[in-house]
Design a protein around this ligand. Structure first.
Ligand code: MP5
Length: 218
């Protein structure tokens, strides 16, 4: 890149990630993901995560369905509604894994999980750009975190299917499609409300894994 050829303008999504600097680095190197990928994550911690994340994904699906309704135009609605099918497949993976492990998916979620899923819902009241940013943040966090360990992951790890789920090229394309929607009509800099919402997502993501590790309870 030179002064004559300054390179492509970063997308809104890239700008949001860059704005979170060090915290984003903690997402992509989190011990939970690293240990899940190399197969050393202990069973009890994974089991706790599976039950908590299943609750999260249920809330996420309801959030996504309402975001479909909030979308300002059909092309955006096409992108978002297209993710509901794969999300159903993902829930099937959670359920079959939970059943094989004898886990109770009705267990009460921890306060951090309730806080995060409630935040998803409340972001809808802040309008399309903010709620879309919340969607982007949660998906980008998972894509970057699991992609960071994909190359070194052990495919014989009991957790491989989860690594694969969020680091696949199909998932990456979906994350890129949300970023493209973020850019529609946004100007070249994310608005303050959008940056604030993205920051909250990043902090919730880190809290979520920390809560799972610590076995947070009421
Ligand atoms: C995702 C997730 C990704 N499963 N859990 C958390 C805590 N954050 C993000 O969402 P999805 O719906 O599984 O792609």
């Amino acid at each position: 890149m030179t002064a004559d050829h300054p390179g492509p303008t970063p997308s809104i999504g890239e700008r949001l990630v860059a704005g979170e600097g060090a915290l984003w680095g903690r997402i992509t190197t989190h011990p939970f993901v690293v240990a899940a990928a190399d197969g050393t994550l202990d069973r009890a911690t994974f089991d706790r995560w599976l039950v908590e994340d299943h609750f999260f994904v249920l809330g996420f699906r309801r959030f996504l369905a309402r975001l479909v309704a909030l979308a300002p135009e059909e092309p955006a609605r096409d992108v978002l509604a297209g993710a509901l099918g794969p999300l159903g497949d993902e829930l099937a993976l959670f359920r079959s894994e939970a059943s094989a492990r004898g886990l109770d998916l009705d267990a009460e979620p921890c306060p951090t999980n309730l806080g995060y899923t409630s935040f998803l819902t409340s972001s809808l009241d802040d309008g399309w750009p903010v709620a879309l940013t919340v969607l982007y943040g949660a998906e980008r966090a998972y894509f970057d975190a699991w992609s960071a360990v994909r190359a070194s992951a052990d495919e014989a790890s009991p957790y491989w299917r989860f690594v694969d789920n969020w680091s696949s090229s199909a998932f990456g394309e979906w994350v890129g499609a949300i970023d493209a929607l973020l850019g529609d009509g946004a100007g070249d800099r994310p608005a303050a409300a959008v940056r604030r919402a993205f920051g909250r997502v990043v902090r919730f993501e880190l809290r979520f894994w920390d809560a799972v590790h610590a076995g947070e309870r009421w």
